[in-house]
Structure formats: C-alpha cells, structure tokens
Design a protein around this ligand. Structure first.
Ligand code: ADP
Ligand code: MG
Length: 261
C-alpha cells in the first residue's frame, strides 16, 4: 500500500508539473507550426529553402504529438464512469487497432458473449486498449500475434490485494497478449514508472503504462503482467463489474408529479 501511495503522489506531482509545461509549450508550438506551414504554402515547390522549412515543420509536428500525449496523461484524473460493455468497446475500435498494428501482426479477438458490463470510463478504456496494443506492436518488430480477450472472473481475497489495494469480488478481465520480445525482471520492475522507457528518444515517452496504471487504479481495478524474454507478454487488466441493475436507487428517484399537460 505504501508503494501504491508513493506512486500516486509521484504521479500527481509529475502530472501537475508536466501539465503546466506542456500547455505553455503547446502555445509556443502553435507559432512555430503555424508559421512554417504558412511559409510552405506560399513558397514555390522548387524553392531551395523548402527542405529546411519542411524539417522544422516535421520536428514541430513531433513535438506537438508529444505535448498532446503529455496533456492526455495529465488529464487522466477526470473520470466519467458508466456502465460499459467492454466487448462493444473493443469491437468499436477494432478497425483502428488493426491499422495501428499493421499487416504483419495478426489480431485475434476472444470476446465471449457472457462477459458482464464493467463500471468504467469508456474513453479511458479505449486509451488502455491503444496503449497496450501499441506496446505489443512495438514488441513485435518482425510480426506476430496480438490477442485481446475478455472474461468474467472472481478474485478471492488472496488474489485481490496482490497488485493493488482492491477488495475481493466480481471483475471482468481484459487480457492483451503478444508474441513479442518480452521483458526481463529488471525491466518489469520499472514499467509502470512514468517516463520509464527502453525505446529510443523520440519513439517512446514512457507514459503508456503509467497512464494505464493510473486509469485502472482510479477505476477500482488492478493490473497484472507476466512476461518472459523471447516469448511474449500478457497484460491482464481487472475492472470491477457494474451492478446488475441499471435502475436508480429508490432515494435517487425524483418525485413523480401528476401530468398537467
Ligand atoms: P513506451 O512504450 O513509451 O516506452 P510504456 O510505459 O508504454 O512506454 O512502456 C514502458 C516500457 O515497458 C517499454 O519501453 C518497454 O520496454 C516495456 N514494455 C511495455 N509493454 C511491453 C510489451 N508488450 N512487450 C515488451 N516490452 C514492453
Ligand atoms: Mg507504450
């Protein structure tokens, strides 16, 4: 629990800091990107200055992507939980996932119809999916198989407290597994740390799994990861099941008033 707390405090401090910087930086980038774009629009195709300005424009775009990721990371605090069918969410973003992973990675979905709805923020669930799929993709440079599955699980007291301080109960598990490079134990120990990355500068931000961790924790869920070098990685995200009934609690029901229409 102490580790969890320290992690949460660290995330919050980093979030506040990066949020402020990213916001100001984004305003500066607007000037750089806007002007380089305007210049390129106006200059002729054979203008000798073109390649240099194109480089500026390209670098500006990358910087803008990075600041957007940073802003998304710091904005994760705002959660809008609702009753969500995870299988529907996955099916909805299937086309985007296929594009993300490319042609040399096969996507296999295992979405049984009996899976219960979860209590979570649908947009954040999509973010979890994209982050995990992106990592899987990047771990399979020579192609492979990405499996995404869901199921109902009951976590007993022994399992429930293992990763996060969450009680036993009914969960839905989202399993994302790849046949990629895998990770050794020293890497595994650091993957949820904000800014931890093994990828080259400009490629990895180290915010993907920290973001996933934050969302899962705030959703009252937990996350488990098993990985072995050369074989692949499986990430299991446990999300609390939504209540069976969608009917509002009796005290929340507004007083019925006679229709005077
Ligand atoms: P980033 O992808 O930007 O590096 P993440 O937080 O998403 O940041 O991941 C942190 C690190 O965890 C990665 O740099 C990589 O070393 C490792 N990692 C995450 N997912 C996987 C995976 N599916 N297979 C192998 N390594 C992974
Ligand atoms: Mg990542």
């Amino acid at each position: 629990l102490e580790t969890q707390l320290r992690h949460a405090q660290k995330m919050e401090a980093i979030g506040r800091l990066t949020g402020g910087i990213a916001h100001d930086f984004n305003n500066i980038l607007t000037v750089i990107n806007g002007n380089s774009e305007a210049f390129l629009r106006r200059c002729s195709p054979d203008d000798p200055r073109r390649p240099e300005i194109e480089d500026i424009r390209h670098a500006g775009e990358r910087a803008a992507n990075l600041t957007h990721q940073l802003l998304a990371f710091t904005r994760q605090q705002v959660l809008n939980p609702e009753r969500v069918d995870l299988n529907t969410t996955i099916t909805k973003v299937r086309a985007m996932l296929t594009t993300l992973i490319g042609e040399d990675v096969e996507l296999i979905l295992d979405l049984p119809a009996h899976v219960s709805p979860v209590w979570a923020d649908a947009g954040q669930l999509e973010q979890i999916l994209f982050n995990l799929a992106a990592n899987a993709r990047e771990a399979m440079p020579g192609g492979g198989v990405l499996r995404i599955g869901t199921d109902n699980v009951f976590l007993d007291a022994c399992h429930a407290g293992r990763i996060a301080d969450v009680g036993p109960g009914d969960y839905v598990v989202l399993i994302v597994s790849d046949t990629g490079t895998g990770m050794d134990e020293s890497v595994q120990a650091q993957i949820f740390e904000p800014y931890f990355t093994t990828k080259p500068v400009g490629k990895g931000t180290g915010l993907g799994l920290a973001t996933v961790f934050g969302i899962v924790q705030q959703s009252g869920g937990q996350i488990d990861l098993t990985s072995s070098p050369g074989t692949g990685t499986t990430v299991s995200v446990y999300l609390p099941r939504a209540r069976m009934s969608t009917a509002p609690l009796p005290c929340a029901t507004p007083q019925a008033s006679p229709d005077r229409g």
